[in-house]
Design a protein around this ligand. Structure first.
Ligand SMILES: [Zn+2]
Length: 397
């Protein structure tokens, strides 16, 4: 198997932006790039660890060694070796590979202590920013000065207007707590193969943070799952995320001791959150919340449990009939179940609780039917033209 070559390129300044990139010589060579507004250029490191973090999964999936044409940190390489060991245990598609480098050396730049966090504008990232800036996490508190918002993940690169509106909402929140927002565009997700798409998500976050390894001492990835919710393997966990660290730049999975209800009960004290929080799952609603999808509904109901009714970050009042009609499947069923349990624990007495219980019952019954062998048998024997009529009817319902 031919090795995959990683060739870091000269940093390019063009117009109002600077771009860090590397040529990746895989089966079909491509350029991997990260772009920030020129005003933030001084925060970025020219080291190559970001490009390795982005491509090591690809090499493991191909079973091809990586040949990196730049110096790399020995402490980073040590961690990546353990990361490989972890993923090769977790999934048979990932193989142990070697990383050959020009030379090994740690960065000679020692940043003064400051932290940078990923920031999507959702509950988890707001909680991380809030607990560190308000000194709500004891000895874990870090001087969090920078928030990094990615363009190229939930919001596609071609949709610049949508990203700009989402960025403005994040800016509204972060300005109020004195944290600098850095928007960073990258193609690191879109150039990866479609298979294991969710796995690439962790490499996109960690490789983006590593670009800031010489201007900050810690990079934070806000936890999406709490310690008691972990299901392994998963792309974002406290096991794999820290394994992208170097000896001088620690990457941490932050806030995993707390579940979503607890996080929300804290961030509602941040007034700008109730106006600008962004949780929606619908791609066309990436800058605003639709107020009707499962994630929006789950967030609205959690806010109701903690005493917040109809916050301005959601556009419409949610009725009991709307709640009864939402569609849920997979992990969303469990997450909504957690909301119902939290409502009972908080002794909520409200008609919406009956509505969501009814909806959960219907959705669970549907999920069971979708897994039923009889349904699969019927589907196998149904002609394609009949199936397309069914699909059309379902879309209209
Ligand atoms: Zn929504």
């Amino acid at each position: 198997m031919q090795p995959i070559h990683v060739w870091p390129q000269e940093v390019k300044a063009q117009g109002d932006f600077v771009t860090h990139s590397a040529l990746i010589e895989d089966r079909d060579p491509y350029t991997l790039w990260f772009r920030v507004p020129a005003e933030h250029a001084g925060l970025l490191s020219k080291r190559a660890e970001s490009f390795v973090a982005s491509t090591v999964f690809l090499a493991m999936m191909r079973g091809a060694n990586l040949r990196v044409h730049a110096p790399l940190s020995p402490s980073f390489l040590r961690n990546i070796e353990e990361l490989q060991a972890l993923w090769s245990c977790w999934h048979r598609d990932f193989h142990l590979i070697s990383i050959e480098v020009d030379s090994e050396s740690e960065s000679t730049i020692q940043a003064s202590q400051r932290a940078i966090s990923m920031f999507s504008g959702g509950v988890d990232s707001c909680y991380t920013v809030w607990r560190h800036t308000q000194n709500r996490c004891g000895r874990r508190a870090l001087p969090l000065q920078t928030a990094l918002m990615l363009h190229g993940s939930e919001i596609p690169l071609e949709n610049t207007e949508l990203f700009e509106r989402a960025r403005q909402r994040s800016q509204n929140m972060l300005s109020a707590v004195g944290v600098e927002l850095v928007p960073l565009a990258t193609n690191s997700l879109s150039v990866m193969p479609g298979v294991h798409r969710l796995r690439w998500f962790s490499t996109m976050l960690t490789s983006s943070l590593l670009l800031f390894q010489e201007s900050h001492t810690t990079g934070l990835v806000p936890s999406s799952l709490a310690y008691n919710e972990l299901v392994l393997p998963h792309t974002l966990t406290p096991l794999n995320i820290p394994l992208y660290s170097t000896g001088r730049f620690a990457i941490e999975y932050d806030g995993a001791a707390f579940m979503r209800t607890k996080k929300m009960s804290e961030i509602v004290e941040w007034p700008e959150v109730l106006e600008n929080l962004r949780v929606c799952n619908r791609p066309d609603s990436a800058d605003v919340n639709c107020g009707r999808c499962e994630k929006c509904v789950r967030t609205i109901l959690t806010l109701r449990i903690i005493g917040i009714q109809d916050p301005p970050c959601f556009p419409n009042t949610l009725s009991d009939a709307d709640i009864e009609h939402i569609r849920m499947s997979g992990i969303a069923l469990q997450e909504m179940n957690d909301v119902v349990e939290a409502a009972h624990a908080a002794r909520v007495r409200a008609s919406w609780l009956t509505a969501i219980e009814k909806s959960l019952h219907t959705n669970k019954r549907r999920a069971r039917w979708e897994q039923h062998p009889l349904r699969r048998r019927i589907l196998r024997r149904t002609p394609e033209n009949i199936k397309s009529i069914w699909r059309a009817i379902k879309r209209r319902l």
